[in-house]
Design a protein around this ligand. Structure first.
Ligand SMILES: C[S@@+](CC[C@H](N)C(=O)[O-])C[C@H]1O[C@@H](n2cnc3c(N)ncnc32)[C@H](O)[C@@H]1O
Length: 242
């Protein structure tokens, strides 16, 4: 999911040194092909489960109509992991962030089918959601599963898991909150480990450090299945907000 061949990362407009530069994003917004049922779900269910970009940080109790422990999933893809967890844990609330239209439509359809009420969706860049939409210490668990690996060296700057992003994420995570990352791209796993180990905000929950054994509770995602089919090893990282 590294985007189309003409990559805006290569445009001079995205160079921070050039005037009028755009921020470097971890995604390329692809023209999404919505199925008719996804389009219907977006039209009918979005007002109930979607979050309109707020002018001030969100009141999450008001958004979910209750106070509960909260999980944030960044880049939920088609939302199957989020839906699975939300169904297993009706006592928790789930905030999903994704920029890909069909993924949002897919999740809304599943929520409707399964009567899931404990999910809200931000259809927006996660960096801005974390920076501007979420109050400090409002999240008890953050999940980033199989983020775009941006294989080429010149694109590594677009990877989501970087020191600056971990600092921003740390602000919205409550003390003791869990950070769970997974990837099937070994070089990105190494980067994740390096960045997390160097962060003053997170500590590895694995005795002796390093990668965590795959938690059986983590549902398998579409991109994990794809990686496994390609013969890739999967790496889990489990940290805690200090
Ligand atoms: C490789 S896919 C993985 C999807 C899913 N987690 C899975 O495992 O199947 C990465 C997803 O992250 C989304 N994404 C990347 N950067 C994002 C950002 N800054 N904000 C929101 N979503 C983002 C992409 O649109 C894409 O759907």
């Amino acid at each position: 999911m590294n985007g189309p061949s003409r990559d805006p990362a290569e445009s001079p407009a995205s160079d921070p040194a050039s005037p009028g530069h755009r921020p470097i994003r971890s995604f390329v917004k692809r023209a999404g092909r919505l199925t008719p049922s996804q389009a219907r779900a977006l039209e009918q269910l979005w007002p109930r489960f979607g979050i309109t970009p707020p002018a001030a940080p969100l009141d999450l109790d008001a958004l979910f109509c209750r106070a509960a422990r909260r999980t944030l999933e960044i880049g939920f893809g088609n939302g199957d992991n989020l839906a699975e967890l939300a169904a297993r844990h009706p006592e928790r609330d789930y905030l999903g962030v994704e920029v890909h239209d069909p993924g949002v439509g897919h999740l809304l359809l599943r929520m409707e089918r399964e009567g899931l009420e404990n999910i809200r969706i931000a259809h927006h860049d996660a960096v801005e959601v974390v920076d501007r939409w979420l109050p400090a210490a409002s999240i008890d668990e953050a999940l980033i599963f199989f983020p775009d690996p941006w294989h080429k060296k010149r694109h590594h700057k677009r990877r989501l898991v970087q020191p600056a992003f971990l600092d921003r994420l740390a602000r919205v995570m409550a003390p003791g909150a869990r950070l769970h990352l997974a990837t099937d791209w070994a070089p990105y796993a190494e980067q994740m480990l390096e960045v997390c180990e160097a962060s003053p905000h997170f500590e590895n929950t694995v005795a002796g450090g390093g990668y965590a054994p795959r938690p059986e509770t983590r549902p398998q995602t579409k991109f994990e299945r794809r990686g496994l089919k390609l013969g890739h090893e999967v790496f889990d990282l489990l940290y805690q907000r200090v």
